[in-house]
Design a binder for this molecule. Sequence first.
Ligand SMILES: Cc1cc2nc3c(=O)[nH]c(=O)nc-3n(C[C@H](O)[C@H](O)[C@H](O)COP(=O)(O)OP(=O)(O)OC[C@H]3O[C@@H](n4cnc5c(N)ncnc54)[C@H](O)[C@@H]3O)c2cc1C
Length: 323
Amino acid sequence: MSDKLLVIGEARDGELRNVTFEAIAGAKKIDSNAEIVGVLCGSHDLNESAQEVIFHGADRVVIVKHDHLETYTSEGYSQAVMAVIDDESPDGIVMGHTAIGKDLTPKLAAKLETGLISDTTDIVNDGDKAVFIRPIYSGKAFEKKVITSGLTFVTIRPNNIPVLDRDDSRSGEVTGKEVDVKDIRTVIKEVIRKASDGVDLSEANVIVAGGRGVKSAEGFKPLYELADVLGGAVGASRGACDAEYCDYSLQIGQTGKVVTPDLYIAVGISGAIQHLAGMSNSKVIVAINKDPEANIFNVADYGIVGDIFEVIPKLTEEFKQVV
Ligand SMILES: Cc1cc2nc3c(=O)[nH]c(=O)nc-3n(C[C@H](O)[C@H](O)[C@H](O)COP(=O)(O)OP(=O)(O)OC[C@H]3O[C@@H](n4cnc5c(N)ncnc54)[C@H](O)[C@@H]3O)c2cc1C
């Protein structure tokens, strides 16, 4: 069992990302009795974020504040987090399986000379052992892993482990850790977001994804309207990206993003195996396609055979009445 688990938090534009809370919930699943210590890094005041981390289940929080931590760099963040790990000597470390998590955690694991179970979608207990479930072969199968020695080090795929209820009566210690973050060889000059400023694709609960059937960049507009009504994000097949209907940052699939929203609406997407690799574990899949034989219907929970340019506006109007 684990006495102390470290959860590495993540923020975007100063706002804590949901993956931080999911990682806390994951840590609780590893061992509900463990002390959970949140780690937050940044260059601004993180006290309010630290309170949120405690309200969502952490017992205390360590903040590392330094000018070199304003934006994420693997050098800066690994120095900051390693210093906290050295202080705390945790039994385990948990982080979201995000772009930052995927970059930072292997580096930390290498420094710590320990293993890492990445992209965990669930954690169950077998006696006093935590069993980590993760997809393999592009989501076609799942494997179960246990850690037999060393640190419990895992990343958790966004949108899979429900966050704990926020409880603002919770309290915990918030401490600062001085770290001399130095020798940063990469400097972030500017961050240019290609995707929309709306909901982050990998964390969205609802995704409306368009394929080559959308036919043009203009054709994506009704998809954005539907996504807006549902509070979701817009994604795309590689076919749509290759055809320059949208940016590659929206691509979902084997060579794009892997997503597991509650609702995935595939619009004019044929359902190639490489696309399914990125979305087939979505909780509910709705496919809209004019070809009744399209492969996407084989993974869909609900299928609509029809012209997307007729179906999407109708769906948007209907959802406007109920959402
Ligand atoms: C190594 C490799 C990696 C790849 N990685 C990815 C990846 O990460 N993600 C990915 O998506 N693909 C990936 N691909 C490409 C993949 O094989 C497919 O080519 C691609 O997914 C097809 O995109 P699509 O479904 O939008 O287009 P199409 O296969 O052309 O399908 C378009 C669909 O739209 C329907 N349609 C057309 N008009 C309408 C209409 N008016 N109303 C309703 N339906 C309509 C058609 O019936 C058709 O089913 C990869 C391929 C390779 C070789």
